[in-house]
Design a protein around this ligand. Structure first.
Ligand code: HEC
Length: 167
């Protein structure tokens, strides 16, 4: 009898181990499969949450921003400034967060070129959606800034003054 019990418990252990291995495999696939599709620079060590932000952020970017700034972030002539390789994006993290919700107007210089056409804000974007778009924006093309936290984005949004994004 005891040996049968022992055999049962070994069987159970094997089952647990295979379930755990299955979960690990899924987690790895999530990291690598989605990373390959979307050019993510996020390191493998960074959390699954950041990966999710990135993936949702890309979809939101395509829906809300790519009409003007283009899918590959190059902008459009002198009408819409570029986001990929934009010195403005590199150095104005807080303004970039604010302008998604409140828009931006007045003269603006990006990579030495002057732009002056108002960008309408998108007030319907939630704090989370803005954090997701920012995660996408700051981890594609040549920008590098991982770990954008929702609480930081909410704090920045609380502090931005409507209609007065600094340049
Ligand atoms: C209707 C067109 C339009 C849409 C949609 C739009 N933008 Fe803009 N965006 C502009 C224009 C025009 C400017 C330049 C504003 C100025 O001259 O003051 C701008 C400026 C910017 C800038 C600062 C300049 C730069 O190129 O670095 C960022 C960052 C930006 N937009 C990000 C976004 C993001 C992110 C979204 C989506 C959530 C978005 N924009 C949606 C038209 C748009």
């Amino acid at each position: 009898m005891p040996s049968k019990l022992a055999a049962e418990s070994v069987k159970m252990k094997i089952q647990y181990i295979s379930i755990a291995l299955g979960i690990l495999l899924l987690a790895f696939c999530f990291q690598y499969c989605s990373g390959k599709k979307s050019d993510s620079n996020i390191s493998v060590a960074s959390s699954v949450k950041q990966q999710q932000y990135y993936v949702h952020g890309e979809q939101l970017y395509i829906k809300h921003c790519s009409n003007c700034h283009q899918k590959n972030g190059t902008g459009l002539g002198l009408l819409y400034p570029p986001l990929a390789k934009s010195d403005y994006v590199d150095t104005n993290f807080e303004s970039v967060i604010c302008l998604m919700r409140y828009g931006m107007e007045g003269e603006l210089t990006v990579n030495g070129k002057s732009f002056n056409k108002a960008m309408p804000g998108i007030p319907s974007l939630s704090d989370l959606e803005i954090a997701e778009i920012a995660t996408y924006l700051y981890n594609t093309w040549e920008h590098q800034r991982d770990s954008i936290e929702l609480q930081d984005v909410s704090r920045i949004l609380d502090n931005c003054k409507e209609g007065s994004v600094s340049k």
